[in-house]
Write a protein that binds this ligand. Structure first.
Ligand code: GLV
Ligand code: MN
Ligand code: MN
Length: 413
């Protein structure tokens, strides 16, 4: 076990997080809002680049903007650490960024203690989908889980409707070379992502560290319901084609189905668009999103199929039509037992309380794990709150995680 000065690590991690939540690093001061190709995102990449170059790492970006830093030349085996530094649009300081900061601390400790571990840090592009509504975009590009048509046409900026392709080119990247992104994983012998837990299991059980053995899968889809726009006062109740009624029925049915499915299944309608969205008009159409997840593929996928049929039937019953379009589906991902085992050994040696757990939230590790043996380390976040400015986590726990990750990599190498 490396004799680490955890207070020094804590101070460095706290300093990084303080800087990266300050002015210049977010688009609004009510929350952390940072996503691909915006100036705050660029500054964040520049910050990590400076810190890593100071440690002797060579820093590059893949053809769409995922940051890759190595302390060995290409072709030599390296162990991967990292996360993402974009945020939810209404995000906090920790989701993603704390993982990249902790990975940076692993790199610092490696140099400071002269361990000579071959490392590669990755900070993935657009994990949150805040720029283009597509979660895990950078890692899905890396794993070729998108098509050229998706990147050129289908994936569009939430802000201005222009394509991902156009935005990437404008930011100076070469989206035409997107397939080369897969090379980033070529030399990896393993991968560990550190992240805040985003639930309250660690807090409630008094554990400081969670070792993740599996990540829940998900279905992301949209339901579009066509009704008939009309006057809210003059149209009798029996002469309406009001698409918000289908929305209301579907939200409640999703709750019922997810509860009935059990086994960790959850379902959320998070985006609702009502057109035209006026107090005195019946809506012409609505669009709402479906986010359905769980650790067991058959359970949450069953709910996804059932809720799609339910929405279509509810619309038909009311004389309207509903269309369900899928955005993306990722299966539940088991993580590597050898890496989880090495983390467990390293965690036990610290004498601090830890546990094994699954992740309900999605992570880029779901993609990386297809090619590289992977695991994740969680630290508690206050009351489990995330995707919200009230998000809070302790740098001291991240420092503990950095030491555990470092020792696990040393043991595996
Ligand atoms: C990723 O941020 C997720 O929503 O799980
Ligand atoms: Mn995240
Ligand atoms: Mn997130």
């Amino acid at each position: 076990m490396t004799a680490i000065d955890r207070e020094r690590s804590t101070a460095r991690i706290a300093g990084d997080l303080e800087t990266l939540s300050g002015p210049g690093y977010t688009l609004t001061h009510e929350a952390i809002r940072r996503y691909a190709y915006t100036p705050p995102y660029r500054r964040t990449l520049d910050y990590f680049t400076r810190e890593l170059e100071a440690l002797g790492f060579t820093v590059t970006e893949d053809p769409v903007g995922t940051l890759v830093a190595r302390n060995r030349p290409p072709g030599e085996p390296v162990f991967g650490v990292g996360s993402h530094c974009d945020s939810n649009r209404n995000g906090g300081r920790y989701d993603g960024t704390m993982g990249v900061v902790t990975a940076l601390e692993v790199c610092r400790l490696n140099e400071e203690h002269g361990l000579g571990l071959p490392l590669q840090l990755i900070s993935f592009l657009e994990e949150e989908g805040s720029g283009f509504g597509q979660m895990l975009l950078g890692s899905r590009i890396m794993l070729q889980r998108v098509t050229e048509e998706d990147l050129r046409e289908r994936f569009r900026a939430l802000d201005d409707g222009r394509s991902f392709w156009e935005h990437a080119e404008e930011a100076g990247y070469e989206p035409a070379r997107w397939r080369e992104s897969s090379r980033v994983l070529d030399d990896l012998t393993g991968w560990i992502e550190m992240h805040i837990e985003q639930a309250r299991v660690l807090q409630d059980t008094g554990n400081r560290i969670g070792l993740v053995h599996a990540i829940a899968g998900y279905v992301h889809a949209d339901v579009h319901v066509e009704g008939r726009g009309d006057h809210a006062g003059a149209t009798p109740m029996d002469l309406r084609l009001d698409p918000t009624t289908v929305l209301a029925e579907t939200v409640l049915e999703l709750e019922r189905l997810a509860v009935a499915a059990g086994r960790g299944t959850v379902g959320t309608v998070g985006e609702i668009e009502v057109d035209p969205g006026l107090i005195n008009a019946i809506a012409s159409r609505v669009r709402f999103s479906l986010d359905i997840r769980g650790p067991e593929d058959d359970a949450y996928r069953g709910v996804a199929t059932a809720i799609g049929s339910f929405a279509q039937e509810a619309a038909r019953r009311r004389g309207m039509e509903a269309r369900v379009t899928e955005r993306q589906t990722l299966p539940a991902t088991p993580l590597d037992t050898r890496i989880v085992g090495a983390l467990e050994e390293a965690a036990r040696a610290t004498g601090e309380p830890f546990m094994r757990m699954h992740s309900g939230a999605a992570h880029d590790t779901m993609c990386v794990a297809e090619r590289v043996p992977s695991a994740m380390v969680f630290v508690p976040c206050k009351d489990g709150i995330s995707h919200h400015p009230a998000e809070e986590a302790r740098p001291a726990d991240a420092a503990l995680a950095a030491g555990i990750i470092l020792d696990a990599i040393a043991a595996l190498s």
